[in-house]
Design a protein around this ligand. Structure first.
Ligand SMILES: Cc1cc2nc3c(=O)[nH]c(=O)nc-3n(C[C@H](O)[C@H](O)[C@H](O)COP(=O)(O)O)c2cc1C
Length: 311
């Protein structure tokens, strides 16, 4: 009989003490939720999207709650890579000592920006993974997301791969014609894992004032509304690539996390739900342990990709 199931998982060669990771942009630089939530409970923490230079972000309002979920247009407000390496990462030593993996999410206007940040990260600590946010606009290509063009995804991934020894997770935008083509181009270019999904493009309207609500007009939808779509994209990608997949999109309880693992994700990220339940990692871990006990599995990795077709 199984008494103490293990939640430990691996993403490529990297071990995680549990499969729950805080999603980029929803957990600041790892310390902001203390003391309401202990960041060391997470298997990993993906830090706020960081850019080559400091960015002020978009005009307010930047966050709107709709009946379907949260719409944000933060616009990557961040202090820039130099400050993150010098001031933010060193504050995370105790997380690293507790076995919580540190994932730095990177965004840039062009491929050189990604490469220059990756090079700077070679001297950074503690740091376990570079997550490339390819849902950000490619300024050279007129603002289209990098993640919509397999050639661009390949070019950035291979350039960053040459610039660093750290594992690279390529984070994909969900809304493309065929997500498997984009994921394969990242895999072929040397990505260590694919993480998906980012938010879905959204627009919120104030009917009374006949105005758009967000300061930047458009935003990104996150939360439970996007879960079935995200799950479909994760399942498709997990079938299409050999590298691991890190799934996310609307996870707010252990059954949600379990669904992504069954669909083939080796680990999951939780974003919007942290705003409502800062201690969500603990709850999801408890729920996953309970699930493993009830089903008689010894390890969380036993359920990864176990999803079968309906009989
Ligand atoms: C307020 C906010 C800020 C975000 N900032 C980033 C970011 O800087 N970089 C990034 O790759 N994703 C960012 N995301 C996307 C999340 O990491 C995640 O991919 C998405 O929200 C889906 O997960 P969820 O439904 O659990 O929130 C942000 C999401 C929200 C809600």
């Amino acid at each position: 009989m199984v008494t103490h199931p293990s939640l430990a998982t691996t993403v490529g060669s990297l071990e995680f003490k549990n499969p729950i990771i805080a999603a980029s942009g929803t957990f600041g630089y790892g310390r902001e939720y203390e003391p309401s939530a202990d960041p060391r409970v997470f298997g990993g923490v993906a830090l706020k999207g960081t850019t080559p230079k400091p960015q002020a972000g978009n005009p307010p309002p930047r966050l709107v709650e709709t009946p379907a979920g949260l719409v944000n247009s933060i616009g990557l407000e961040n202090p820039g890579i130099a400050v993150v390496i010098k001031e933010k990462l060193p504050q995370l030593e105790d997380l690293a000592s507790a076995g919580t993996r540190i994932i730095l999410n990177l965004s840039a206007d062009d491929d050189n920006g990604f490469v220059s940040m990756a090079e700077k990260c070679n001297q950074a600590s503690p740091l376990d993974v570079l997550e490339l946010n390819l849902s950000c606009p490619n300024i050279k290509a007129g603002g289209m997301h990098f993640g919509t063009d397999p050639k661009v995804v390949s070019k950035i991934t291979s350039a960053v791969k040459k610039a660093t020894a750290l594992p690279i997770w390529v984070k994909l935008a969900p809304l493309v014609t065929d997500i498997t083509v984009i994921a394969r181009s990242a895999e072929d270019a040397g990505a260590d894992a694919i993480s998906l999904v980012n938010t879905l493009p959204a627009l919120v309207v104030d009917v009374e004032r006949q105005r758009t609500v967000l300061g930047n007009t458009f935003g990104g939808l996150s939360g439970p509304a996007i879960l079935p779509f995200a799950l479909r994209q994760v399942y498709m990608v997990a079938q299409a690539v050999k590298i691991p997949v890190v799934g996310m999109g609307g996870i707010s309880c252990s059954d949600d996390a379990c669904a992504f693992l069954l669909a083939g994700a080796s680990a999951v990220q939780v974003g919007t739900a942290i705003f409502v339940q800062p201690d969500i990692a603990e709850r999801i871990c408890d729920g996953l342990s309970q699930y493993l006990l009830e089903k008689g599995y010894e390890e969380i990795t036993d359920i990864v990709g176990r999803l079968a077709q309906k009989d």
